[in-house]
Design a protein around this ligand. Sequence first.
Ligand code: C2E
Ligand code: MG
Ligand code: MG
Ligand code: MG
Length: 292
Amino acid sequence: ALPAPFGPAWRRYTPFLAEILAERRRLRRALRQAIPMQELALVYQPKVDLETARLVGAEALLRWHSAELGPMRPDIFIPLAEETGDIHAIGDWVLDAALRQLAQWQAEARLEDDFALAINVSSRQLMQAGFVAALLQRLEEHGVPAWRIKVEVTESGLIQDIRDAQERLAALRASGVGVSIDDFGTGYSSLSYLKSLPVSELKIDRSFVKDIAHNEEDRKLVETIIVIAHLFGCSVVAEGIEHEAERQILRGFGCEHGQGYLFARPLPPAEFAGWLTAPPANQVRSPGSTES
Ligand code: C2E
Ligand code: MG
Ligand code: MG
Ligand code: MG
């Protein structure tokens, strides 16, 4: 139920609000149907070594094409799913689909020894009772070793309950699953949580990367993040690299890995498979193919 100021009387005077609310109801209904209607799919963005352009992994990214509403952005529907609780079913679906794909690539013997697939996990999902045990069981069912995956979590979700988060991430790491902090630096969190969280990788958010070639302040920020990450024993991935100049600056700062349109957009599995077999020299492609 809506709080008092949003009751029926007030709504009468603000028709646009009623429209927004109706739109949100539609969206919620459609989202609830997304799994049974088979509207979800994963795409895979290559993650490369910034020095050699060699493929070192990929990030699984969720896509929802609603029959009713058309293509929907994860930035919109993931937060909504977190609000409604649908994130648990959706998160399960993502894990299962990602591990199935990984198992298939494994069976086709297409994977390099150090290839790891990153899977985004909502903090709501991570904090759900039994998450770690369920994940380990899923890995076993699919015959995928723990070190083949990395769990990506955003820092903002972790600091709400740092003790519990610490325990769960430690359990993941102990089992061999990689742990990556996504969107690093965008939240309000203090750096001190780094000393208590068992993390193997930091991901620098695109918002810090996109102006790095022109903005001295952003350059300083990114250099600092990389230094801190290394001091804490983490490797660094920069996201949203679109230009060669950005790659060079990041590489100069010692950033190991990167993702971005400069290398490849998120790709449907059939297209990503080409990356798994192509020699490194052919892996740097111009953007353009696939997703818009
Ligand atoms: P994220 O995990 O930080 O993912 C990076 C986003 O940057 C992705 O957006 C990716 O498509 C986009 N990106 C990558 N390279 C470039 C580039 O060079 N330029 C630009 N402009 N963008 C680039 P996407 O796929 O729309 O996902 C948005 C967010 O939705 C993700 O941010 C993640 O937080 C969330 N998300 C996506 N899939 C899942 C999922 O399966 N589970 C959960 N819980 N969240 C997900
Ligand atoms: Mg991510
Ligand atoms: Mg990210
Ligand atoms: Mg981001």
